[in-house]
Design a protein around this ligand. Sequence first.
Ligand code: FAD
Length: 449
Amino acid sequence: PAQLVWFRRDLRVRDHPALVAAAEAGEVLPAFVLDPALERAGDARTAAMLTALEALHRATDGALVVRRGKPEEVIPALVAEAGAEAVHVSGETTPFGRARDRRVERSLDVPLVATGTPYAVSPGRVRKGDGGPFRVFTPFSRAWLEHGWRAPAELPSQHRWVRRVEGEAIPDAPEVEANLAWSAEEPALERWHEFLDGPIDDYDASRDRPDLDGTSRMSIALKLGAVHPRTLLADLDRVAPKRSKAAQRSLKRYQTELAWREFYADVVFHHPRSAWHDFTDALARIPYDEPGASFVAWQEGRTGFPMVDAGMRQLRAEGWMHNRVRMLAASFLTKDLHVWWGHGAQHFLDRLADGDIASNNHGWQWTAGTGTDASPYFRVFNPVLQGQRFDPTGDYVRRWVPELRHLEGKRVHEPWKADDGYAHDYPERILDHAAERQEALDRYEAAKG
Ligand code: FAD
């Protein structure tokens, strides 16, 4: 009997618990639904998704059936046409995914079987001693580690793909400049193994340096489920004993970053409302300005602050931004421009290929100071010092801001100090950081009452 596997945020064939469950029960009919609701994703994310989908089509020997429509209509139709006995999925934990799956389940007369999730530990599993959810990262990560996770799941060697029904062609990906090199399963795993073979040993030091290629770039593959985090965690455990003490610290740090992803998913699972509302109620009273011309300057990377502009231009060009600069760009919007974080979060979701409601919207709130164990509201990033400290070579700014390429070394962070700083039409600063920092603090004090 055919088992329908409905792929969503799990576009891979390795370490796929739901696929394994299906393969153990019978022949596997792999399917993907082009849900019109997914069209809200920006072009970079859509292109990344279609890239991973093409790869999945090849990995299933062409058996993957793709159909456009509402899942609650497409999935029952496929089940009926193929005579499928069950529909297998990776469990969904976001508000959108859970609501959709409930609709599909109601429309089916065969079971919808959820096995695993896109996380090492399913959101909702890790709880405090009193059974409540965690609101603070560090104790969550400790409990998460203690909870542990299963070993990667292996597909039975005799599994069979079947294609009993007709589908549609996978649409062409929208033309984007974004860097989608590591979106699909095989290339993402290749990148991961290269990273694991050496660069990860310096991760603890180089992860904060946007001028270096110091991070894994796994975020798009994790977002699409082209790679499962358990695969990465198992590899970390496997190589750790052979590495130096310093390298082991880096491996640990990498594990902690994956825990952040799991933490935010857990927070959104328990508090779906927090995706678009201030998590800390007391700070919901901070007055903000409506996005205006300066918001557009921020979006376009024309604020006159080199590090912020470099980040925003990297986002436009690559569909990805370095974490350190995501924090700075978010701080600039919320604390220097006094715009509510939700506007920035929406812009990021529109542009990022790895755009993820939990990591993005809580990353924004962390920076805005309204989130979980957030950076306190009164901590305001200084855009010049951040540049000097984390892009000490200036290479990052020169890569993304051509108008400043003539400035050597760290001089690139302060064009106003160079005689020829504005020789190539780089915009003047749109605000006075010291004054706006004070303004942010005043608004915070007033809101606190
Ligand atoms: P690495 O440094 O190699 O980290 C490995 C993996 O750990 C990442 O792929 C990611 O899955 C996870 N991770 C690392 N840092 C974080 C973090 N702070 N929060 C959650 N997970 C983390 N990440 C997204 O995946 N999607 C988003 O939409 C997103 N939006 C963000 C918005 C803001 C304002 C901020 C401050 C952070 C955001 N992040 C987001 C987190 C982080 O910036 C990216 O995960 C990271 O830059 C991806 O690059 P990488 O894979 O090379 O990271």
